[in-house]
Write a protein that binds this ligand. Sequence first.
Ligand code: NAD
Ligand code: WQD
Length: 343
Amino acid sequence: MKSKAVILVTGGTGYIGSHTVIELLQSDFEVVIVDNLSNSFAESVDRINMITDKKPVFYKADLCDSSQVSQIFDKHQFDAVIHFAALKAVGESVEKPLFYYRNNLISLLNLLQACKMYKVNQLVFSSSCTVYGQPDCLPVTEDTPVSQPHSPYGNTKKISEEILFDCSHSSDLKVIALRYFNPCGAHPSGLIGEFPAEKPNNLMPVITQAAAGLLKFFEVYGDDYDTPDGSCIRDYIHVTDLARAHVKAIDRLTTGDSKSKFEIFNVGIGQGISVFQMIQTFERLTGIRLNYKISTRRSGDIARIWADTSKAEKELGWKAKFTLDDMINTAWKWQQNLISKPV
Ligand code: NAD
Ligand code: WQD
């Protein structure tokens, strides 16, 4: 009998990583997590176990330390890697560019070095729609030109894609870069979700924390954009849908279906939702009136973006299933659980 494929998940105790580990375990993969817990908790592993009845192997280690990376590759024969581990706060990256370049790029280089040494030739990378900037035409396809990034964080994604492109074309490495749009929501069990370390920046945790009374109010950053209701438009995607796209990407790599050494897929729902639509839908579903103020535009924000997801549908066999209502209901359930039982 063929043994199960073993997947190394870096950043696997984090928000998207932990949801992906669940989907991998439920699809019968074996999972090894490495995370330095700089933005997550080891408790995630127990929560994953409660949901799946399976326990991934977990190493607390820093990918910026190449000897720690080698030790882990020494212990396991990996079939593929999913690389989530990175720092992701856009504003912080503007204040501390060196910290971001060092963490996000050195960790990738160490991982690629280990993949080369141990002949692990399949890798899925967490990229971001941030690489498109404000595109001229909507929706954005994978052929939409990448623009000059607005932040060091965004630049680490652009540079990482370039590094992966070069490495894949000079070796046996095959890569799938998934460009996420705006992940939100939580696992339907309410046991795992997004856990912003400090004051949240992203819209969904801002809304749920305001609804829970943890923030007195929040700001809507501008109502004078050239959009139907004046607020910005994004393509929000449920984190479990996003997690499932990774399982499809691993399937594609391990079954040899890739059409080139370096492939890119947009992962969104393919629909734009405005900030005001998000607020109104939250209020309708929960019956809670949100306390917010209209403020000036946030520096670096683009007016609107949403994905063309037809390539992922056709090539990966993946399509988002969760609705905006699901994103809000699960995020709100998670927020309420956090208040009653902090992780
Ligand atoms: P997260 O912070 O919850 O997870 C990232 C994990 O990586 C954390 O658990 C952190 O402790 C770990 N980590 C960071 N540096 C590390 C290092 N040097 N060694 C070991 N572990 C390290 O973030 P997330 O939202 O789950 O994001 C996962 C990936 O997806 C990131 O690469 C992020 O840039 C990308 N992404 C996220 C979003 C989003 O809105 N959440 C959107 C697009 C892309
Ligand atoms: C969404 C909308 C805000 C908070 C960020 C990163 C991007 C990617 C996804 C990683 C915007 C508005 C927000 C608030 C608000 N991450 N907003 N009040 O900016 O689209 O993308 O996360 O790769 O790189 O930049 O997401 O959730 O911060 O904002 O009005 O308190 O909500 O202006 O229009 P964004 P977001």
